[in-house]
Write a protein that binds this ligand. Sequence first.
Ligand code: ATP
Length: 237
Amino acid sequence: MALLEIYDLAVHYGEINALKGVSLQVQQGDFITLIGANGAGKTTLLNTLTGVVKSSGGDVFFQEENITDLPSHEIVKKGICHVPEGRKIFSELTVEENLFAGAFIQRDKQKIHDLMEQCYALFPRLAERRKQEGGTLSGGEQQMLAIARGMMSDPEILLLDEPSLGLAPIIVEKIFEFIVNINRLGKSILLVEQNANLALQVASYGYVLETGSIIMEAETSVLRTSDLVQKAYLGIA
Ligand code: ATP
């Protein structure tokens, strides 16, 4: 049974056909990446999965339940967490308060405490800075906080939108190591990236999105050797 199944998903913004029948599957424990250029429709796909953008066709199933038309807060409760592009942490709140905010669907205090300890174990830097305001953190630390806040909903799957955006290469590598560790905890990952080079190294299976359509999908080891991917996404002539 697939964890997340997307069938023939279409999205229109007025006249613009941003997704033109996208199908994609994530199994329990998978690390999947969706690569594509600026404007290919990657963010639109994640926003549609989490109910922020309405689809104009197709279906989304999560654990065999059709969730296509569910509101966002119901989708989070099902176990799908979206870590948006640009981090969007609460800059006036401390690290700890940001993490609490991520636990808004949790009622059990002990569970919130355990999830917070898990976040601090995953990201020791955040533990050191737990009383610091989010806005005073470096870009890399803010990205860690955005991911950790997502983990506070104890999701089955994390949808990560461009975690590499605007960060120095050495920091990006670190962030990707954290994501690999999260996957090792058993969380499924759907990673949307323009940084195809790194995404294809860490994920096991990948999809290539071009102007709203999946033009290729395969094991990442296969994608890395594809002429098309090398020329268009890896900068190899
Ligand atoms: P980026 O890397 O810039 O986030 P992307 O692959 O995530 O790119 P989307 O942001 O999903 O791409 O955009 C897909 C297409 O839909 C683009 O042509 C974009 O201009 C258009 N689009 C996105 N959001 C809207 C919107 N709210 N209204 C109108 N058009 C939009």
